[in-house]
Ligand binder design. Structure first.
Ligand SMILES: *[C@@H]1O[C@H](CO)[C@@H](O)[C@H](O)[C@H]1NC(C)=O
Ligand SMILES: *[C@@H]1O[C@H](CO)[C@@H](O)[C@H](O)[C@H]1NC(C)=O
Ligand SMILES: *[C@@H]1O[C@H](CO)[C@@H](O)[C@H](O)[C@H]1NC(C)=O
Ligand SMILES: *[C@@H]1O[C@H](CO)[C@@H](O)[C@H](O)[C@H]1NC(C)=O
Length: 225
């Protein structure tokens, strides 16, 4: 039943890619970073931020590319940072995939319905944002995207995280993503599932000592054909 449509999907991606590489759907959602000496917390200035949302490696492979995640982010109300300006220090994470500690790939901010200037507004008034890390090293190549989501104070407050800002940032991002969303001619079907036991709850080692509830939400993003 499933094999034929998947083959067609793979062909469609192959022909759409200028590089000629065929993107294939991955076999796993993600690998637990701890198994490879990594962590579900990144490295920020005052501790680590929780990687509290994972976009499954079993999502459509197109979604997991840099361009794909940028379009998906727009579909759920986020854009790249204000006019390309970067307003917070980049963070690093070790996803246990054999790549060691790597810089975040991209950072997105809530765009308040305007994907050109809205992120500038987020930078001024505060709001939700997320950083993206890709698990694609040789030891755990799931292709999954690990997101550090948090809700921030306005720039005047030095972009600090609001109280309970990690849990709230995750829940708001997930709430804006689940269901059917569209942007740039692509329609996404998004399913969420909570995972416990992957990340410890509490404030130990967490950036600014803001406690987390230990829940990681797994999003599986399928492109509607
Ligand atoms: C970075 O994260 C790792 C894993 O959580 C931790 O062992 C290390 O102390 C952190 N380093 C800094 C500078 O926060
Ligand atoms: C990571 O980011 C820092 C700060 O922007 C930069 O100095 C460093 O070269 C980056 N490392 C890699 C491997 O790109
Ligand atoms: C991880 O390593 C692979 C090579 O094994 C490389 O292609 C990939 O770009 C690296 N990922 C990151 C996020 O640096
Ligand atoms: C995941 O957990 C959060 C926090 O408890 C909750 O608000 C949300 O509804 C849960 N989502 C799912 C899909 O279970």
């Amino acid at each position: 039943m499933l094999a034929a449509p998947l083959a067609i999907v793979a062909l469609a991606y192959g022909s759409a890619l200028v590089t000629g590489l065929t993107l294939q759907k991955r076999a796993v959602d993600f690998f637990d970073p701890a198994q490879g000496g990594g962590s579900m917390f990144d490295n920020a200035t005052f501790g680590g931020e929780p990687l509290n949302v994972i976009i499954s490696g079993q999502s459509d492979p197109e979604v997991l590319t840099d361009d794909g995640i940028a379009n998906f982010a727009k579909a759920i109300g986020f854009s790249k940072e204000c006019l390309g300006f970067h307003l917070g220090a980049p963070q690093t994470a070790n996803l246990g995939d054999g790549n060691g500690s790597v810089n975040q790939t991209i950072e997105f901010r809530q765009d308040f319905g305007n994907d050109v200037l809205g992120t500038c507004l987020e930078s001024l008034v505060g709001g939700n944002h997320f950083r993206v890390f890709r698990q694609n090293g040789p030891q755990a190549n799931s292709g999954a995207l690990f997101l550090a989501a948090s809700k921030e104070e306005p720039a005047s407050q030095n972009h600090d995280i609001i109280p309970d800002g990690y849990n709230i940032g995750r829940d708001e991002l997930v709430a804006s993503a689940v269901g059917t969303k569209s942007h740039g001619g692509i329609t996404y079907n998004v399913v969420a599932k909570n995972i416990t036991g992957l990340m410890p709850a509490g404030s130990e080692g967490v950036n600014h000592g803001i406690a987390v509830d230990g829940i990681v939400t797994l999003l599986t993003v399928t492109i509607q054909k």
